[in-house]
Design a protein around this ligand. Sequence first.
Ligand code: GTR
Length: 397
Amino acid sequence: MALPPPNYDEALVPGYTLPELLRTEAGTAVSAVASWEAQRRPELLELFRRYVYGRLDLAVSLSVSHVVDRAPACAGLARRSEFDVRLSREARSPVVRVLVVEPSAGAGPFPAFVGLNLFGNQTVHPDPAIRLAQGWLPENTDLGLTGNVATEASRGMHASRFPIELIVSRGYALVTAYVGDLDPDFDDGFENGIHALLPAVARRASDAPGSISAWAFGLSRILDALASHPTLDRERCAVFGHSRLGKAALWAAAQDPRSALAIPNESGCVGAALSRRCYGERLLHITERFPHWFCPALRDFNDREHELPVDQHQLLALLAPRPLYVASAAADLWADPRGERLACEAAPPAYDLYGLRGLEPDGRIGYHVRPGRHDITPRDFWHFLEFAGRLLLSREG
Ligand code: GTR
């Protein structure tokens, strides 16, 4: 199908009305925390499940096996652990290899940045001892990845996206895992990864969960598994991700109140950006190129964003009262930086219910737009660490 080109002209953004945040589907105004938490919040989660990300109802019985425990890393600055999380006893169960790098100074428990990676744990740091990702990997010649398998050449190739030395020097741990361990990032009709554990009827439904849901589910299971890692502070975990992984981080944090801070970086379309602006990447672009990311029902809103029962400011509002940090890049027009900012401006009424400020210097929603293109850089992390220093470390455990 020939897709229409994206619009990058602010003058051509259609007029739109955002779906109301603080009014139930039955039309009742929501003016207190009690009705937000008991009614509107679950209702919004349900709408996002039904029309956007899909429903992933799956009881798992986790088993965690430690592979490496607190071995010296990063020239003595850090300690590295690796452990495997098996989601169920079934033979086809995904097994997720989790990499933890924590400060070597101090005994912890350390607050942590928890985020997935797209090309294997070996890409986040050149440390030759990190196990290469197993199974299928996307090809990426820039990263030295050919033949759909992990390569030695890919070691450390995404280190700039995971600035471990910076993170541990500020007293935080990094926790990461390869998305392919949860659900490989290609369209196989919802068969592999976590999908293999679901009944056929759930995989064929209009609200069948896409990969973003599978990755979000995996982030929550990693939070579960951190119980076996006493040097990490489970009350102070920031869930972060870049781009498609920013969408997954947001969806995970919206559903799982244990994410003490959410950091979607340049998450764009069906992430932090308002869909109704129809600016840059649109639903018809993303569902055509990545049909496996969302539930099939989302495609019904291609070129009909104004009919979608939700918009992304409502997803951001599901974080309230927890802190949220949204990051954009000025040249990343495909992800609509302005649409990300406007979603942050429309989310604060949910924070108001708790007597908390939103997008203000002392508020619970942080935002930056840095110069440059689509990427997650040490400069972005510098901002995340400043925000976390104010709102994650001060959190009452
Ligand atoms: C793009 C996609 C974006 C974003 C990005 C990425 O191709 O259209 O929505 O997710 O991939 O993940 O790098």
